[in-house]
Design a protein around this ligand. Structure first.
Ligand code: SF4
Length: 269
C-alpha cells in the first residue's frame, strides 16, 4: 500500500521540478560548435534521410518520444510513427497517445502476454527481458528506426551512438542519445509540448507497469495506481508457479507460491 506522505512528496517533487524547468535556462545547451543541441539533432535527422525514405519512428508516449516526434517535424522528414501496444501499459499512456498523437499507428505484437508467453518465460526480469523482444523491439525490421533512447537511461545504453546497427537488422538513429533528462524537460517546456499526465503524478519514467527496469519509486506508484494490471500480473505469477510445480518436465521453482514469486520479482533481487 502506498503511504500518503510518500505520494504527496512525489507529486510535489514532480510539479516543482517541472515548474523550475519551465523558468530557467531559456536557451538550449550549446554544443562545441556553438549550435544548440536541438539544432544539431535536426541536422542529424536530415543528414541521415538523404534517400528521402520514410523513417520508422518508435513512439511510446513518454517524454523522449514527444521530443523526437517534434524534432522530426521541424526537420521536415518523412516518418511513420508506431506505438507497440503493450498489454502492460496503463490506460493513461494509451489515452495520451490517442489524444495528442492521432497519426501514430498502433501495432499489436505481444498477443498472449499473460498467457502462453508468461507461462513459458516467467515474469520479465532484468536478466530475462524476453518482454522487450516481443513488445518493444518489434517492427521496422530492415529500416532506419528513429528512437528516443538515451545513454543516461541504463548501463547497456551508455555506449549507444547516434547512428548504430539495429541488432535485428537495419539501423537505429538516436538523435537525442546524449541529451540529459534536464535537456528533455527544457525542450518540452520551450516548445510547449504535451506532457503525459503520469509525470504529474510523480512517475519518473513512463513505460510498462512493473517493468524490471523501473525504479523503486515508480513501482510503488504503479502498485497504487494500476491495480488491474497488477492483479493480472499476480494471477500470471500464480499460474506460472503452479505450472512449474506440476509439470514434471520443468525444473522445480525456487518460489513455492505465486505470491512469493511476485514479491520477489518486484523487490528487484
Ligand atoms: S517491461 Fe520493461 S523490459 Fe519489458 S518490454 Fe516493457 S520496457 Fe521492456
Amino acid at each position: 500500500m502506498l503511504d500518503g506522505k510518500y505520494l504527496y512528496l512525489r507529486q510535489e517533487n514532480a510539479t516543482i521540478t517541472i515548474l523550475v524547468r519551465l523558468v530557467r535556462n531559456k536557451a538550449m545547451q550549446l554544443t562545441f560548435d556553438g549550435k544548440t543541441i536541438d539544432q544539431l539533432a535536426i541536422e542529424l535527422i536530415q543528414a541521415y534521410n538523404n534517400s528521402n525514405e520514410p523513417y520508422y519512428g518508435g513512439f511510446s508516449g513518454g517524454k523522449d518520444s514527444v521530443v523526437i516526434y517534434d524534432l522530426t517535424k521541424r526537420a521536415n522528414v518523412p516518418v511513420d510513427w508506431h506505438y507497440n501496444v503493450s498489454p502492460i501499459d496503463s490506460q493513461e499512456v494509451r489515452d495520451f497517445i490517442k489524444t495528442y498523437y492521432p497519426d501514430v499507428i498502433w501495432d499489436k505484437h505481444a498477443q498472449g502476454f499473460f498467457g502462453k508467453l508468461f507461462l513459458t518465460n516467467g515474469a520479465p526480469l532484468r536478466t530475462q527481458r524476453w518482454c522487450c523482444r516481443v513488445i518493444k523491439e518489434c517492427g521496422g525490421e530492415g529500416r532506419v528506426k528513429i528512437l528516443g533512447m538515451r545513454t543516461e537511461e541504463s548501463n547497456t545504453r551508455k555506449h549507444y551512438k547516434c547512428f548504430m546497427d539495429n541488432p535485428s537488422g537495419g539501423n537505429w538513429l538516436l538523435p537525442i542519445v546524449n541529451w540529459t533528462t534536464q535537456d528533455i524537460w527544457q525542450y518540452i517546456a520551450e516548445r510547449d509540448l504535451p506532457i503525459n499526465p503520469l509525470y504529474k503524478l510523480g512517475f519518473e519514467r513512463i513505460g510498462c507497469v512493473l517493468c524490471p527496469f523501473a525504479g523503486k519509486g515508480d513501482i510503488k506508484l504503479q502498485l497504487h495506481y494500476f491495480p488491474k494490471i497488477v492483479n493480472a500480473y499476480k494471477m500470471a505469477c500464480n499460474r506460472y508457479i503452479e505450472n512449474r510445480l506440476t509439470d514434471p518436465k520443468r525444473k522445480e521453482p525456487k518460489h513455492k507460491t505465486g505470491e512469493e514469486y511476485f514479491n520477489w520479482c518486484i523487490s528487484r533481487k
